[in-house]
Design a binder for this molecule. Sequence first.
Ligand SMILES: [Fe+2]
Ligand SMILES: [Fe+2]
Length: 374
Amino acid sequence: MWTVSIGFDIFPFTVLFEKRDNMTDRQLTLELEEHRPPVSPHRLSRQERERLIQRSFHSLYRWYTSRSQSTRNWNPDTSFDWSAFHTNHSPEVVRIIEGFYAVEQYAPDYTYELIRLVRRGYGRSHFTLRWGSEEEKHADLWRNALLFSRARSPEWIEDYTDELRRSAWTTPWEDPIRTLLYTVLQERATQVNYLNLARIARGEGKGALRRDVNPILAELSHVIAVDEAAHFNFFLEGARLYMYYFPEETLSGLKDVLQSFVMPAANIVPNYESFVQVLYDADVFGKRKYARDVVKYALEQLGVKSLKALDAGVHQSRQVPGEDGALFETRVPDALNMTFVEESLERLFGRLQQFEANTYLDRVSPSTFVRVVW
Ligand SMILES: [Fe+2]
Ligand SMILES: [Fe+2]
């Protein structure tokens, strides 16, 4: 069972005050925060914990944007040599590109829906704009791939897009936690799909697909997969924050999301089942890949021990009355490795603080990790 000591040593404070003359106010604030005994989450109101999460989302969003602009600032038209794109692809690979385009071209709907849910939070809603702008580039890139494959005419693509646009994507969840958890799984699944198409384009496909070699397709699939990995990581850190400050609700949400997960737009893309069949036949995606490369991986990264533990953990949690008579959850559900979650968040704040030191944001508005004792 996971336990933590709530005691603390007075010694660090002695050292602190000796050093005070040589420290800036900001250093002192951070040092004090580091040595402050962790508080019980029961002492933090729900609003306070929510505020901590939103504040962290903001810092994470600023860090993310900087990285996005410096490391992934590609353009769907100018960053690839479209003149070298192969035009002899198998119908299966063309169908896969077409399906990827169909799903990504709902980027305005995804962005609109998510912002509607998270608009109250500055960092999370602004991030959603940036995320949407990256998803929009994915749609343009797959559209170019389809066009330069010469397997679909520009008129066909126009008509197909028009047909797709007749339906609008709506979020499967109306609350921000479940939406966040859904996005964690969805981003990872998308990344897995793109990496496996890249494999085919490198000549590592099954059977006849071995002839679908196309270095440009391999390159662009990889480039989008890197974006999807960055999206996954952003949403993952957000989900860890919720796991840390609202473990019961987050685990319960995760259970719900896992029970009904389907890929985005699966219910509105025409002939989606045939697209999925091609993905399975081409070994781009499948039930095993979903279980192992998506669910198992995401659970590990979230600090959830296993699906079985998740199922049992939610029911084993205990509620007791607090000082004011309200009910509180008293311990970490067995399903959650809280030490892992806390250490992951410590590493995250280390990165954020480094970024804020480099950009002088720390002088005006430093981020601190507020630990709690579960
Ligand atoms: Fe995407
Ligand atoms: Fe994405």
